[in-house]
Design a protein around this ligand. Structure first.
Ligand code: GLA
Ligand code: GLA
Length: 681
């Protein structure tokens, strides 16, 4: 379906139906007088825009009262865009319920854990489980789908917007009711639920389903399995909403692909996206850079993970920013070159559409200081010129459209269940940061010039010679078997502290840590040794640990001790171990080594795993490589991670984007990107 989309968008004016990369933004014409719309379309064409998302926050304008509809303005917008050759990713417009609805039905408003109502006044003030909200939202979806089913500008449906951005956790009575049905479906009997939740603890035994509540504000730590199930339920409840909207769209427009924009970025963890990916026709993601020492690695990580969630198939970057956002403590502008580099890094990781929030920077409202493709200064601006240059670059990259990711030698397993369970309260430490640990491994691999794929438990893990599973805290028996098989069949598994500790019910695997992975790793731990904030421990290989230590005993003779603690409570005991399993191995890292420590450890682990950098030595660390592949070609992206110019020698292939020096080396300017095209072997 995505290939049809790639050739459909961009419109009727040129009649060209070859696939292309799509380029555009959220377009909010309702914020502007009619006179601006024609200039918008003219400038979009100038910038190379061929796709816009329309109607995301238009509910109040489309349906001014319960039984009154106003589509005339939207008809006109759709027509104008179509005449301009611009495809429309049309929103179902259900993201922000209008004041008349919340006034008539305050029972759709979410409730916090402490029982406070989340009032209207911003956006997304609706309960995912409210039957009243659902009824009104679906009525709107049906109207939209019926109205625009045959409109030639319509190329995709955009369900709601960033489902769960502000309303993932709702503790209302509607949520309580829906949570109980979800639990009944999961456990069937109260007896099973009582066992799974360990309700023998603190006198929590339930004797009637009606006694069960969401984990509302409580006197002390709420039941951990109740918390974990509520996270699962809350993600599922939003997925239910997605399904409900999608069903109507499929009924009325079976040929129009449906998507919804995910938020694989930063700390957004409420939605288990690997579980959502099958519900839509193609994956879309929104990403915003959060300035910091690893900001661009985080961008690459998020784009990479989005690709993993999409099964390696292309996806759409539905939103990112041309420059500053408005919602960080300090909103910094992008430096020259960053707009293009950030966009192309997403393309490298599989984005076939590059879209921004938003087309024209708002003059009013909470996002008036958020950058856009057309800034407050207007089209006569460096920003708009950069936007147009990027449009031209994306045109040159058309041959890439539709290509998939070529598996990398290393996989990094990213698992929502472990993220959720590992960071819950009442644990050995509250300082654990699941995503940061995974990102540190990723940065360490980038610093060595090694390609790695972010993968999920749904991915084919055997594609990777090495599989890194940081803080894989929650390991059901099946996953333990899968990982054991992986290592026995020649894979090189690497895992860390606090992995393999609990099963799917958050019950500890007994007999010594790391429970489910103990035999595979050939070690046994009797007690955790978390470190205080700022406390560190030295290892005998020169690296430094923080956050965590373990008191490890080696239990299987073929387990090597790669390094030992030199200081601290466990001085002299193993810190990093590696068990050889046939052709494969299983490595355990018991402390947080940080990027540099991980890089130095990886140097010792990669070689026996048969993994080496594909980059010439001079470019390792300064350049990130990503490979996309179609039936005809391999597209090698070279992304300069530094602010200095870099020369990359020794790579074959024609240059699709970028420049070569006279000697054939690839020249990458500061933050520059080049794309080589190689024939497939
Ligand atoms: C999100 C939303 C957009 C906008 C941007 C601003 O991604 O989907 O509507 O608010 O954030 O960064
Ligand atoms: C208190 C309580 C116990 C237990 C401990 C844990 O003393 O009485 O039930 O929770 O704290 O430290």
């Amino acid at each position: 379906m995505i290939s049809t989309l790639l050739s459909r968008a961009g419109g009727p004016t040129d009649g060209d139906r070859t696939p292309r990369l799509l380029y555009g933004a959220d377009y909010n014409p309702e914020q502007w007088p009619r006179t601006v719309w024609e200039e918008d379309v003219r400038l979009m064409r100038e910038a190379g825009v061929n796709l816009v998302s329309v109607g995301i926050f238009s509910w109040a304008r489309i349906q001014p009262a319960e039984d009154s509809w106003d589509f005339t303005w939207l008809d006109e917008v759709m027509d104008l865009l179509h005449e301009g050759g611009i495809g429309v990713d049309l929103a179902t417009a259900t993201a922000s319920p209008p004041p008349w609805l919340t006034t008539a039905h305050p029972e759709i408003l979410p409730v916090t854990a402490g029982g406070e109502t989340v009032w209207p006044g911003a956006r997304q003030h609706w309960r995912p489980t409210s039957p009243v909200f659902r009824r009104h939202a679906l009525r709107l979806v049906r109207q939209m789908a019926t109205r625009y089913a045959d409109h030639p500008a319509l190329v995709a449906w955009h369900v709601n917007n960033e489902l769960g951005c502000h309303n993932v956790y709702d503790y209302s009575d509607d949520a309580a009711r829906a949570f109980r049905s979800w639990l009944r479906a999961r456990y069937t009997t109260l007896e099973t639920l009582n066992r799974a939740w360990g309700t023998a603890f603190w006198s929590q035994r339930y004797t009637d389903w009606e006694q069960i509540l969401p984990p509302r504000l409580a006197a002390s730590h709420p039941n951990p399995t109740q918390q974990l199930d509520f996270k699962r339920f809350s993600s599922d409840a939003l997925r239910e909403h997605l399904r409900a909207e999608r069903e109507i769209l499929r009924e009325i427009t079976p040929d129009i692909p449906v998507t919804t924009n995910f938020m694989v970025m930063g700390g957004t963890k409420g939605m288990n996206y690997p579980d959502w990916a099958d519900e839509i026709d193609f994956v879309s993601n929104d990403h915003y850079v959060q300035p910091g020492p690893q900001d661009r690695d985080e961008l690459s990580f998020s784009a990479n993970l989005t690709s993993g969630i999409s099964g390696g198939r292309p996806w759409f970057l539905m939103e990112h920013s041309t420059s500053a956002v408005n919602w960080q403590p300090v909103n910094v502008a992008k430096r020259p070159g960053e707009l293009a580099r950030d966009s192309l890094l997403h393309v490298a990781h599989g984005a076939d559409a590059v879209c921004f929030f938003q087309w024209r920077q708002s003059a009013a409202g909470a996002e008036k200081y958020h950058s856009a493709m057309v800034p407050h200064a207007g089209a006569d601006s460096d920003l708009f010129r950069s936007v147009s240059e990027l449009g031209a670059a994306l045109k040159r990259l058309a041959p890439i459209a539709g290509s998939e990711r070529e598996p990398a030698p290393v996989g990094i397993l990213y698992d929502w269940e472990s993220w959720w369970a590992g960071e819950q309260d009442s644990h050995p430490t509250s300082l654990l940061d699941y995503r940061q640990e995974a990102l540190d491994w990723y940065t360490a691999l980038l610093s060595l010039g090694i390609r790695a794929d972010l993968v999920t438990t749904r991915s084919d893990l055997h594609r990777h010679r090495m599989l890194i599973a940081p803080v894989l805290h929650l390991v059901p028996a099946d996953l333990a078997k899968t990982l054991t098989r992986y290592a026995e069949q020649g894979g090189h598994l690497v895992t860390t502290y606090f992995s393999g500790i609990v099963d799917e019910n958050d019950h500890v695997w007994l007999g010594g840590y790391p429970g489910a992975l103990r035999d595979l790793l050939g070690i046994r731990i009797e007690e955790f040794g978390p470190l205080l904030a700022g406390e560190t421990t030295e290892l005998d290989d020169g690296t430094t640990g923080s956050l965590w230590t373990d008191r490890i005993t080696v239990t299987v003779p073929e387990t090597d001790v790669l390094s030992r603690y030199r200081t601290g409570m466990h001085a002299g005991r193993p810190a990093v171990t590696r068990r050889v399993t046939g052709n494969g191995s299983a490595t355990y890292v018991s402390t947080r080594l940080g990027v540099q420590g991980l890089a130095s450890l990886l140097l010792r682990l990669l070689e026996p795993a048969g993994v080496e950098s594909e980059l010439p030595t001079a470019a390792r660390g300064s350049v990130e490589t990503i490979v996309r592949r179609s039936a005809e070609a391999r597209f090698v992206f070279l992304v300069n991670r530094t602010d200095e110019a870099v020369t990359v020698p020794g790579l074959s292939g024609g240059v699709l984007l970028g420049t070569t020096n006279e000697d054939g080396t690839v020249a990458l300017g500061p933050r520059g990107v080049a794309v080589l095209r190689q024939p497939t072997a």
